[in-house]
Design a protein. Structure first.
Length: 128
């Protein structure tokens, strides 16, 4: 089970973090960033599988791939922004974390505009 490996690595990283934080704070932060990168890399294969399943379902349902691609981008932005903001919080820079989240929300809204417009146009066509 991969989750056992991740949790185990996380606990070991936490112990090293606590020890290093007292002596070498810079190395402690680098350790947490390295752990985050390892987890991200480990999950890339899982993410690809999920995206492929949704793409196959969309093709079977004859859904416009533009909308599905946009939704994937939105989900990706949300995850990446959360990942980045958590690293900033770990480093003690709450204000930078907040700015990352703010920027992600704006980018998501911009990407969502075509989907919102399509939904509104569909609703308008349904109303006599």
């Amino acid at each position: 089970m991969e989750i056992m490996q991740i949790v185990g690595l996380g606990l070991i990283t936490t112990i090293f973090y606590i020890v290093l934080k007292e002596q070498k704070g810079v190395f402690a932060l680098q350790l947490t960033i390295a752990f985050a990168a390892i987890v991200f890399i480990m999950m890339m294969g899982k993410i690809q599988v999920i995206l492929q399943v949704f793409e196959d379902l969309a093709l079977k349902a004859n859904i416009n791939m533009f909308y599905l691609t946009t939704i994937f981008k939105i989900i990706g932005i949300a995850y990446i922004a959360e990942f980045g903001s958590q690293i900033c919080r770990d480093a003690g820079t709450e204000s930078i974390a907040g700015k990352i989240e703010f920027a992600a929300k704006i980018i998501i809204m911009v990407l969502a505009i075509p989907i919102i417009v399509a939904i509104l146009e569909t609703i308008i066509r349904l109303i006599p």
